[in-house]
Every structure is written in C-alpha cells, then in structure tokens.
Ligand binder design. Sequence first.
Ligand code: KIV
Ligand code: ZN
Length: 527
Amino acid sequence: MAPEPDQVLIFDTTLRDGEQAPGCSMTLPEKLRVARALAELGVDIIEAGFPAASRGDWESVNAVAREIQGATICGLARCNRDDIELAAKALRDAPKHRIHVFLATSAIHRQYKLNMAEEQILKAAVEGVRIARDFCDDVEFSPEDASRTELEFLAQVVEAVIDAGATTVNIPDTVGYTVPDEFAELFRYLRKNVRGIERARLSVHCHNDLGMAVANSLTAVVAGARQIECTINGIGERAGNCSLEEVVMALRTRDAFFNVRTNIQTTRLYPTSRLVSNITGMPVPRNKAIVGENAFAHEAGIHQHGMLKHRSTYEIMRPEDVGLSRSSLVLGKHSGRHAFRERVKSLGFELDDAELNRVFEEFKALADKKKELFDGDIEALVLRAENSASGPWSLAELKTVSDMSSPAEAHVRLQHADGRTVERTVTGDGPVDAAFKAIEAATGINAALRKFELRGVTEGEDAQGEAIVYVEYNQRTYRGSSVSTNIVESSAKAFLEVINRIELAQTTGARAREERRAEGVQVARAI
Ligand code: KIV
Ligand code: ZN
C-alpha cells in the first residue's frame, strides 16, 4: 500500500520578498486585500513584511496580524534584539504567529557584507533564535545564501539554531545559483549530518535568477523539505521567487510522483494572481504557466483536433482546477444580472449584493460603449470596483480639446470627500499631459511623472485601455491604474488615483505616527 501523502506547508512571501521587488510596493489597504486573498487561498503562513525595515512595514505587518485569521502570520527580523522586538510587537495580536530571523552564512557574505568570522556568525544566529524564542514558540531561521555556504559550516549553523529552539530551518538559494541535483544533495547532506534535524521542519526558499526556482523547490521537497517559500506570480527581487501557483500545481498534477499534499484551494489561484497583478501593476506574461492568458489556449489545428476528441490529449490540468473557467459566451448589453453574477463567480470573485449591484451598473454602462464584453473586461470592472473606494478626490468632469497645430487643453471638475468642488482649465503637450496638469492644479499636489503605460485589456477594436501611471513624490514612488474605453479618461483617472494615494499617505501617516507615539513603539529607521 502507498504511504499516506506528507503535508508540505506553503509559506507565502508575496508581501515581504515579493513586495521588495522594484515597482511592486503596496499600500497598507492593498496589503490587507492580498493577505485576505492569501488566507482564502489556504496558504499556511503569510510573511507579512519586515517590521524593522520601515514604519510602513511595521504598520502593515501589525494590520495583517490583527485582522487575518487561519494562517500563521510571520514577520522577518535580523538577528538583533531591536529587530526581533519590533517583529514581536507587530505580530503579538495574531492568533498564530512566527518570527523569522535570518543571517547570511556564505563566505562571500561573511567577508564582504558582514565582515564577520564563522564563530561570530554562529554565535549571532544562536542568539537571534534564543531572543525570538523568548517572544514566540514558532521561530524560523534562514542562513541567507545557504546554497553558496560551505556544507560543513552550514550544517554546524543549522544544528546550533535547532538546539537554540528554531522550529523551522529554511534553506535559501538567495541568488538563484543552485541547480536541482546539487540542491537535492545539499538537503540530503543536512538530513544526514545535522544532529537533531528531525526536531525542525526543513524549508526551501528559491530565487529565479537562472529560471530554476520552481525546479529547485520541487527537488528540495523530494529530498525532504516540507515547507516551500514562494510568491504569487513569482514576484520578488530581481528575477523573482518560486511561483506559488506553479509549484503547487506541479505537486498536485504530479501527485503520484511527489506523494505530498498542500492545503491550497487551487480554484483560488487564478483570482489571486489577477489581484496581485492588478495591485502591483506587474503584468502576468501571456505564456506564464498556470495563470497566463495562453496557459490553456490551444491554437494549433492539430491540438484543437485532439482536444475535441479528448481533453487529455493536450491538457494535463483542467482550467477550472486553477479557477479559470473561461467561457465562449460573450456578455453584452442584453445580458441580465443573473448571467453577469454567474460570470463574476466563475471568474473566482465573490461579491456581496451591494458590490454586485454597483459593478453591474458599471457593466451596463460599459456595454453601451462596447459591443461585446470579454472575461478580461469583467475582471477589470470587478478589480477596479474593489480598488475605487480609496478617494478622497473623484473626477466629476473631464473635457479635452486637441489638434495638431496648437497645445491641447483640458478642463477638469474634481470633487473632494470634504464637499469641495474644484475646476481648472490647463494647456499641455497633448490631451493626457493637459489632463494631468489640470488635476495637479486642482488638487495642489505636484508629482513627478516617472512612467506611463497604456495597454489593451482585451482583444478587439473597441477594447478598453488600461493606463498605468508611476510618479515620484517626496522620494516615494506611487502607482495608479484605471481602465476605460477612452484612454484619456483612463489616464486621468489613473493619475487621480496616484494623487489620492499621496493625499491618503499624508493623512494616515500623520495619524499613525500619533498612534504609535501613544503606544510607545519605536520603529527602526529604514534599512
Ligand atoms: O532570499 C533570501 O535569502 C531571503 C531570506 C531573508 C530568507 O529572502
Ligand atoms: Zn528571498
């Protein structure tokens, strides 16, 4: 009889390692939305951030710890008392929490980054784990750059931190350097040579610099790892981290080979991927495994012929299993609320009646402008509706006039949540530039535009255009996006979203500083 499958824990670090990637930073409300989606997805551990990195990080880890039930909430800390205390305070309200301490162990990091000898590393790692254990029974230790660390020294560190109380030992391939056979050998070496290794759960954390993060994570599981650290859509430093959806579906699709199970509700993979992509502005490549637009599309005639005879000819997973139930039925202005509700549901979104009614109204308005509405249009409507609660400014009117011979002119009327209405007419270099300048003039916030992108949400002549705007303000980057059939309107709304984020950051930042002062929490300076 085959043995019972083992449990592999899924440790999601989208909010920490993923968020660290350039262009992927998220606001606190966005992090909460992602954390809720991760909990619904069934991840076992959510690494919510690095509390000592900045005040914002501390606050978001704390907010996730206060709200999210079910998953263990984890915070990262260096091996020093200040970092660990900050993490412990941020996490203390979570029903289940973990402190994750790390210290680099490789010769390269010891010499050039830390200027520490082996004995000093060993001592600091043990000390870090002991301090963390004073606050929490669930402590993870990561020897950073483990895959480039001398095996004997790595084994020594792992043995010492387990003796000091680490309950999980994570082996990171920090620079994405290892290859599957070598990495499996490393895990086997540790299991053979570390006394007491059975007292800790072995974990794997891979980066994708050589495109092998998923393969290396899977090979580590074969060699005994029982926790995988990964991110939605594989976002993360440089080339990213191990992609959660890929590693989970590999384990599931090839379960006879791996004989392990995870707690992931795989039908939540696609909507979670869309949510993270929408929030971070990191598009999912069309050909991305599991969640890409083409992942289940069969174009070649010979493949289509085979699929019509039997799906298994060319399909190793069912799109429904990852939450992708694309329909060939296109919705239009005659579609009713019921058909709309069913489609929203089949795309993996759960809306309550009030939200559904609101999105349905927008759907009707869009259907008047656009002949056919594809799944991409409906996703955009739902995701925007979830985003649009931010305020405080809203666009009541936008008029632009432009021709080839004179500067463009934009007129905006903006409404503020405090009751003000402000109108401005401004000229600019084209209608989009004029609209941005008019919004700046009306709100009094001048931000430096760093990047502006436009892309079609779906196919077809009347496809909606998504505008994505990145600006810099007070040394911080802000991102906004919006979708419309009119690209000047989507651009202006994306820019206004950025202005709203800046204004919200200013007001909530001031309030949070007050609250923290009252609680006596000192957050370390950003590192
Ligand atoms: O890549 C890495 O080494 C890390 C550690 C902090 C686990 O992210
Ligand atoms: Zn990492």
